[in-house]
Design a protein around this ligand. Sequence first.
Ligand SMILES: O=C(O)CCC(=O)C(=O)O
Length: 258
Amino acid sequence: MITEEPLTTEENLPENKVKQYRERGFVAIQGIISKERAARYREAALELAARRRSSFDRKVFTQLVNAWRESEPLKELTLDPNVASVAETLAGGPLRLWHDQVLIKNPKNSAPTEFHQDQPYWPHANSVRPISAWVALCDVPVERGCMTFIPGSQQRTGLAAQDLTDAGSLMSLSPDLRWEERITVPLKAGDCTFHHGRTAHMATPNFTDDPRVAHVVIFIDAGTTYRKKPHVVTDSLDLEDGAPLDGELFPRVPVRPE
Ligand SMILES: O=C(O)CCC(=O)C(=O)O
């Protein structure tokens, strides 16, 4: 029988993790879900990728946006109260779901996901503490495509959207970032990193024979409003500029079990 370390929860989250998150803009958390659940969700993610023939296949990864709308197991993970309550403690304020995404780096995919910030892609106003949980659904050592962060880069505001297939994109917008420290974070299945929506991050290539399967749950401030610009999640919603992002697509979290 495999004995597992206890999960990290809002109750036992070490104070220094909150401090690290606020200073550096990211933090690694062991055991946000159990390994047994990670294995189950990994299967669900691969099954959804096979089902969604039309999924967004980029050079760097296969991206399944709003997986929770089509897969019951992945909905359970996206709305997991432990993930959301740790996110809320780290962020320091009330949150709602923006969207989730399964990100699969296929075996032997030598393309890194290049450095970028997430927030410049999003059609949001009034969002100061967006936070993403990147949950490893398989073991992710450096050679399978783990995340690398530039500590403190969440302070860089107002940058244009960056191209995550171009290694020079973020660095040309903010050249001194080239000389900043980078921290690479391998994760075991069931562990996660949380990162702020402006923290510069990349992921290494997948040189292994197995897919790298991650599930990313993206939270935004509960009071975030819509700022008109194209985005796959909002394009079909016909929102007015300034409309609140709320309703069943953007639920408040944590959703507590009844
Ligand atoms: O997993 C990756 O390859 C990149 C992930 C990423 O950019 C994100 O979660 O914001």
